[in-house]
Design a binder for this molecule. Structure first.
Ligand code: ATP
Length: 508
């Protein structure tokens, strides 16, 4: 994968130029951290959704899917803890007037120290060659040890500050670490304040407090409040899961990095209901399963890693992220959380309705425990886009930009390209289109030189180009060109469909 700021800029430009992602309301100069998906983007997004949905709901007999409304009764968000605790600590730099998340400033500072350690290790590995023992080096090198000590002591204070909601000490920590504003370079900071991330609006015509409702900041609560409906009507037996894909809204303080952090985004979440006491087994199970799912798409496994949480959310007794190496470094892509009985217990308390399960095996009633898997659809999109973007120099010295999107997710699976319009080639092309388009997404193009048409398909990640020429009219064969290898092969028209279907099928 290509890395760095420049590459990220190129990917953003490419996403716009080829109809993947546009800034929302662009003709009005855009709306910050809100994006629209274009013709190729929405196709790719739908394919990711389809793969996730099928992996959850179709391939697991004990998981069903729902589609809950975005608006919910306001008490839902009281019960879930979002009204009181869905906050980020924010801090402003008085000189640049830029706003930051205090926790992110401190985390970035620790990441820089970690980078220093890794550079030291890399240097030593080069110097010592085969005889290098990384573990011993990390335990004995004075510079590595000094930086590791710094990180450990910052982390201890940082986690304590967050846990005790000690905003004064978070600010003091930023000052003690001499963190400067990346824009103004100054240390002239305001106090740290908590900022609630939920958007709200009024329902009905009166703008009284009682009409205040929220745009959901996560899809999970729509699953919890329907737990009993689904369990009863689906006659579900524990352990079982409920999956959902839908929009979520967060008034993010710092919304940079393109579709990585948006104010309106989409989540794919699954809540798995289990017997109390068995949650750690299921937590481990889902951590493994989710990593397998990521690997099944065929992107390099080295781009993924687990990160266990330092500070657990108020509802969790274990939590880990699956991080992906974006062009700007390893960042959270998906969270796996053991949420205990916090949510169902809270809804039971606030609604006064029993949300329990009678377990026929143990003859007991209990509030189930929950293990959640939660992935941002847009972040998954960005992971695929940034890993797929490649610039290649070909044998003849020319350049091509290609998106090596996993074929099963590619927006368009095959392009049908008659060499020219005349001599009946266009008609033959339409015939081939009709043969294929009911099984997968195809496109038809007859303009421009064939080389240019190949480049255009490479740039949107189409796995196969099918060329129709004069020989096709004689013996009913076509040339099929594979995107990544650019190899061409002559095959009978009737074989094309199976070649493509074989390439794009889900490999779980
Ligand atoms: P972060 O720490 O990056 O803000 P989070 O821990 O708050 O994320 P969760 O509440 O666990 O995120 O949400 C689950 C998933 O939803 C995340 O792993 C991420 O993929 C996605 N997600 C969360 N916030 C956003 C956002 N503002 N824009 C896009 N995706 C998001």
């Amino acid at each position: 994968m290509l890395k760095g700021d420049d590459v990220f800029k190129k990917i953003i430009a490419h996403a716009k130029e080829y109809g993947f992602i546009f800034q929302s309301s662009e003709i009005y100069d855009g709306l910050s951290a809100v994006y629209d998906y274009g013709q190729n983007g929405s196709a790719l997004k739908n394919n990711i959704k389809d793969y996730w949905w099928k992996s959850m709901v179709q391939f697991n007999e004990n998981i069903v899917g729902i589609d809950a409304a975005i608006f919910m009764h306001p008490t839902v968000w009281k019960a879930s803890g979002h009204v009181d605790a869905f906050n980020d600590p924010l801090i402003d730099n008085k000189d640049s007037k830029k706003r930051y998340r205090a926790d992110v400033l401190i985390e970035d500072h620790m990441a820089k120290l970690d980078d220093k350690i890794n550079k030291e290790v890399e240097k030593a590995a080069k110097r010592f060659g085969d005889s290098f023992d990384e573990a011993i080096f990390r335990q004995t090198n004075p510079r590595v040890l000094a930086n590791q000590e710094k990180i450990d002591s910052i982390r201890k204070r940082f986690v304590k500050g967050l846990e005790e909601n000690d905003l004064k000490d978070l600010k003091a920590l930023i000052e003690d670490l001499e963190i400067v504003c990346p824009v103004s370079g100054s240390k002239n900071w305001t106090d740290v304040r908590q900022f609630n991330l939920m958007f709200n609006t009024q329902m009905g015509s009166l703008s009284e407090d009682s009409n205040l409702i929220y745009l959901r900041p996560e899809t999970a609560q729509g699953i919890f409040v329907n737990y009993l409906n689904v369990q009863k009507t689906g006659r579900m037996k524990i352990p079982f899961g409920i999956a959902q894909i839908g929009k979520a809204f967060r008034n993010e303080i710092v919304a940079r990095q393109f579709i990585f952090r948006m104010r309106e985004f989409e989540q794919m979440e699954m809540q798995f209901f289990v017997r109390p006491g068995e949650e750690m087994t299921w937590y481990k199970h889902w951590k493994d399963e989710r990593m397998k799912w990521h690997h099944s798409m065929g992107m390099p496994q080295s781009l993924y890693r687990f990160h266990d949480h330092d500070k657990l959310a108020h509802y969790a007794n274990a939590a880990a992220d699956i991080e992906f190496e974006f062009p700007f470094g390893f960042k959270e892509l998906e969270g796996i959380h053991s949420r205990t009985d916090f949510d169902l217990g809270a809804h039971q308390k606030f609604s006064g309705k029993k949300l329990q399960y009678f377990d026929p095996e143990t003859n007991e009633s209990y509030v189930p425990y929950v293990v959640e898997t939660s992935i941002g659809l847009d972040r998954m999109f960005l992971a695929i886009l940034s890993q797929s973007y490649n610039e290649e120099t070909l044998e003849d010295g020319s350049q091509r930009v290609v998106l090596n999107i996993p074929p099963m997710l590619a927006p368009i699976k095959a392009a049908v390209l008659p060499l020219m319009k005349k001599d009946g080639l266009a008609e033959k092309g339409r015939e081939v289109m009709d043969l294929l388009k009911y099984d997968f997404m195809c496109t038809y193009e007859e303009k421009d030189a064939i080389g240019r048409r190949y480049r255009r398909q490479d740039a949107i990640g189409t796995p196969y180009c099918i060329t129709i020429d004069h020989q096709t009219l004689e013996d009913n064969t076509v040339t099929i060109r594979e995107r990544d290898t650019m190899q061409q092969e002559r095959i009978p028209v009737e074989k094309v469909k199976n070649v493509v279907l074989e390439k794009i099928k889900y490999k779980v």
